[in-house]
Design a protein around this ligand. Structure first.
Ligand code: ACO
Length: 339
């Protein structure tokens, strides 16, 4: 019992912290079942050529539950950070496809991992992971020391298999990072979160229903809002687009990514993409692309990185990060002393 007479169940809180948030570990998870464009040709009026040319997607993974995928990605991220689940203060799960209406899917993820800190879901559609990462930085400033930020989706559960406009786009998967307080210079240099609720009808699913989308209008808005938001975040960070080492955009459509890069004046080669083999995995897409880039050696200490998400809401979220090699940024003890 604490002084208030309430039993502490292992939740974490604290007084304002001093560390800066460093991405200390990352992980991803994909279900085993692969659905290629050719598979879709068998029951939809579509073709591999159309899907590849109009979207850049060649295959996607389908299956599992959101909690299973999120827990697997989280388990890998925690191990990669050299931590134990008991070190995690909070699980923040960005998802559009929770397994149940109640409780939060993050609670099941917490249990599966053996995390003793708090857990909650966040729904900002495909912008959700960047929303979560910005929130996590704020929570570290309030005294938490390690937040597991996960983007996980089972989009296949809300896709109408007979709607060729959406059925070819989406897939299932998860990506996670551990954001840890370290004695290091600031890493979140600028950010921008937004939403235009009046446009929500362009991309929506009722509870228990299927996703409906006005594809061409979503396309136009995706380019416009992502470019506008990225420019705001870059300006707040005092960073020029040409100085970015990597852009990690939401993985919706290669043509959208190309248009965004063109308008921002960033060579397409600097964009991280995984959509060819994952499809659009909504909130999971940015952490999966970030993890792939990090695993492939595309990020080195000091690199400037732009994360840029957009999605239903219509929501958007951009963050300009300075990537710090987690092996170099010093870990801090509970009192701020190096550990
Ligand atoms: N296979 C074959 N033909 C198709 C398909 C398909 N799967 N889908 C549409 N078509 C046809 C249309 O019927 C149309 O035919 P018509 O010319 O005879 O009328 C033609 O292709 C062109 O259709 P458009 O809708 O104009 O095609 P577009 O080039 O815009 O591509 C797409 C459609 C891929 C959906 C595109 O609009 C898009 O990517 N939009 C953004 C979608 C998106 O990003 N959604 C997720 C947002 S993130 C989130 O929050 C979940």
């Amino acid at each position: 019992m604490d002084a208030t007479g309430l039993r502490s169940a292992g939740g974490r809180g604290g007084s304002p912290g001093t560390g800066t948030g460093v991405i200390a570990g990352w992980g991803t998870a994909l279900p085993p079942r692969v659905v290629t464009n050719r598979h879709l040709e068998a029951f939809l009026d579509t073709s591999d050529a159309w899907i590849t040319e109009r979207t850049g997607i060649r295959r996607r993974r389908v299956g599992g539950t959101t909690a299973e995928l999120a827990a697997e990605a989280g388990r890998i991220a925690i191990a990669h950070a050299g931590l134990h689940p008991s070190d995690i203060d909070l699980v923040l799960l960005a998802t559009t496809t929770p397994d149940r209406a109640v409780p939060a899917t993050a609670s099941e993820v917490q249990d599966r991992l053996g995390v003793r800190g708090g857990a909650c879901d966040l729904n900002a559609a495909c912008s959700g992971f960047v929303y979560g990462l910005v929130h996590a930085h704020g929570l570290l400033a309030l005294g938490l020391r390690r937040v597991l930020v996960v983007g996980a989706e089972t989009m296949s559960r809300i896709i109408d298999g007979t709607d060729r406009q959406t059925a070819v786009l989406f897939g299932d998967g998860a990506g996670a990072v551990v954001l840890e307080a370290r004695d290091a210079p600031p890493t979140l240099l600028g950010w921008d979160l937004g939403s235009e609720g009046s446009a929500a009808g362009l991309l929506s699913a009722e509870i228990g229903g299927m996703l409906r989308m006005d594809g061409p209008e979503v396309f136009r808005r995706a380019v416009r809002t992502t470019v506008g938001s990225a420019r705001v975040a870059l300006e707040r960070a005092g960073v020029r687009a040409e100085d970015l080492a990597l852009v990690v955009p939401h993985q919706a459509n290669l043509r959208i990514i190309t248009a965004i890069c063109e308008r921002l004046g960033i060579p397409l080669e600097r964009a991280a993409t995984v959509l060819e083999s994952t499809g659009n995995t909504s909130a999971a897409s940015i952490p999966m692309a970030l993890a792939a880039a990090a695993d492939n050696g595309r990020l080195v200490d000091g690199d400037l990185v732009l994360l840029a998400g957009f999605g239903a809401g219509m929501s958007w979220a951009s963050a300009v990060l300075r990537w710090l090699d987690p092996g170099r940024a010093q870990r801090t003890g509970t009192n701020g002393a190096p550990r």
